[in-house]
Design a protein around this ligand. Sequence first.
Ligand code: ADP
Length: 717
Amino acid sequence: MSRIASVLIPMPLPEAFDYAEPEGMGLAPGDQVAVPLGPRLIRGVVVEVRDALGGNRPLKPVAERLADPALPPGTVEFIQWAARYAVDAPGQPLAIALRGARAPKPRPMRVLVPTGVPPARPTAARTKVLEAAVAPMSAADLARAAGVSSGVVKGLLDEGALDVREIVAEARFDPPDLGRSGAELNASQAAAAEALKAVVGGFNVTLLDGVTGSGKTEVYLEAAAAALAADPDAQVLILLPEIALTQAVIARVAARFGAQPGEWHSDVAPPARRRVWEAVASGNCRIVVGARSALFLPFRRLKLIVVDEEHDGSFKQEEGFIYHARDLAVVRGRIEDAAVVLASATPSLESLRNAETGRYRWLRLSTRHGTARLPDIELIDLRETPPEAGRWLSPPLVREMAETWARGEQTLLFLNRRGYAPLVLCKACGERMTAPDTDSWLVEHRYTGRLVCHLTGFSMPKPSACPHCGAKDSLVSIGPGVERVEEEARALFPEARIAVFSSDTVFDAREARRLVEAMAAGEFDILVATQAAAKGHNFPKLTLVGVVDADLGLRGGDLRAAERTYQLLAQATGRAGRRDRPGKALLQTYAPEHAVMQALKAQDRDAFVEAEMAERELSGLPPFGRLAAVIASGPDAAQLEAFVQGMASQAPNTPGVEVYGPADAPLGLVRGRRRKRFLVRADRTVDLSAYMAAWRARVRPPGQIRVAIDIDPYSFL
Ligand code: ADP
């Protein structure tokens, strides 16, 4: 009987398409195939093969089964589950999963191999070349290995004693050396490591909750060692929120296991990506360290997933396929029957709630390793000791920086704002410089002399006259970004070695690694950094952290503002005092009485969490209820308004679900498109994805209008 293959295509299409299986192709779920779609052939993945019952309309046949590795069943199931959860087309997560498969192959290398034809004149030099040529290598390498000139090699090639062959380096990764041992663990680390080792092997979730510097990484590397040792095919995935952090953990994994792990993030070059993808699919690569999209790699036998800094908002992907990698890591763990470890010094309220209710195992490490102590935290009340006009560092912070420098120790100035100034305005007419097609202020960047929209990437040279009123030299920079704080630090400490770490100054993984290593080696006295450098790193000589604007994250005040600010500042201040030298953190604030500042000062996370949980419980917000957002956008305001009004009337009426909106999004205009939002709150017992899917199915947006659904939103803009 003939058979039908359902093929999922990596595009935002609602479902898999059916194709006829050509006689004898022998397709199986997971196979990569080429199928006709309109006039083109396109890559897809078989999700199901079934017998064709008579009477079907004729289907186009699958064009080809590709030689590329098939997606393992767990990967296919995960993709489909993720799409259902996110209320999106399964082709969207599939596109992420195939990113490595579609990357260009590494270029073949031209090597020389002996043909067996004896050379006409077997000189000593020629014999040496033929002896060395037992290992295939390039002409230059061969000449070097044999210690002869390139002319000798060329002579043998011309005579036919050597021949050129093109080979593609096989996607190979050295196996981890499990004979090595890790750091000698202290008593609480050892207890945590034992508890983790006992649970690797099957699905379960553990919250590894330990203060900054307590050795969480050492502990989860022991769990990784146990998983790898228990099963010769086992694979381990370690997820991190920032590329800079992947670099640090890759180095630690390489040191622990004597083998380079697979590296996966947006900055990995396409051929290397392909190499990792294929090695993960073949089972050759047993440890992957990566950013959130590594979760979609085609693991054959995934036995442990670590989500390090699990509270971090960077695990949420906000564009295209909208998902939270921490939440999906738990799903993937369940599908693969793998253990999941969520590690953090400041866990998300969601994970803490799951730990409190016993759904997750809860391991705590409450002290720093060795003699290192947590830093003392002090608040600087900017109302009492403000900086001078046009400055951002207050006298108490400057004093502490001077003392730190005099002791030969390092300072980290933390300000989570890129560029020089967040706002440029005209002092003649008051005009604020905004992006032409987006509701956002243009940020001044002095290094490049440009005004930049951080949302869309739009940029323009800073004009010399106000574009609104034409006044010359009237544009003034308002507020500080890291570049401006660096300028002030240089003026205060002209002899200090100062660097800036933000995504503008550190564009790739190598640069991030270099800067982090230089800081750890004590090559800078002062580092001015955004969150890109304020997380996870160990800088032994760093003893002072100055938070320039501790209130920054509290403005705007969305659901998670307090939680996020607490987490970020606990992380940033946690960089101080890593070794034997005690550390100190100073927080500049206008609201020292705020619960977040008080909790940081008292280092009382539990009290903060308790108060925050109580508030969330009262209003039925996560983790006690569930949220989803709808963002509708379109170029025409009236058409969009009519559409969202219609959409509001279509919302299914379900007990335990409340729909708020439509309302203008705070970012009402992005890239020339107007935006409207709905917010949906549901009781925990409601299947919110199913509710949103049902609602979405009732509306037919006109061609120009896009509807994005965000389950568990982190951004409310
Ligand atoms: P965390 O992940 O909790 O912030 P890390 O695992 O990065 O902590 O440990 C912090 C620092 O202390 C690192 O430099 C690490 O190498 C060191 N460290 C932690 N535990 C030990 C140990 N048992 N022996 C030696 N060094 C340790």
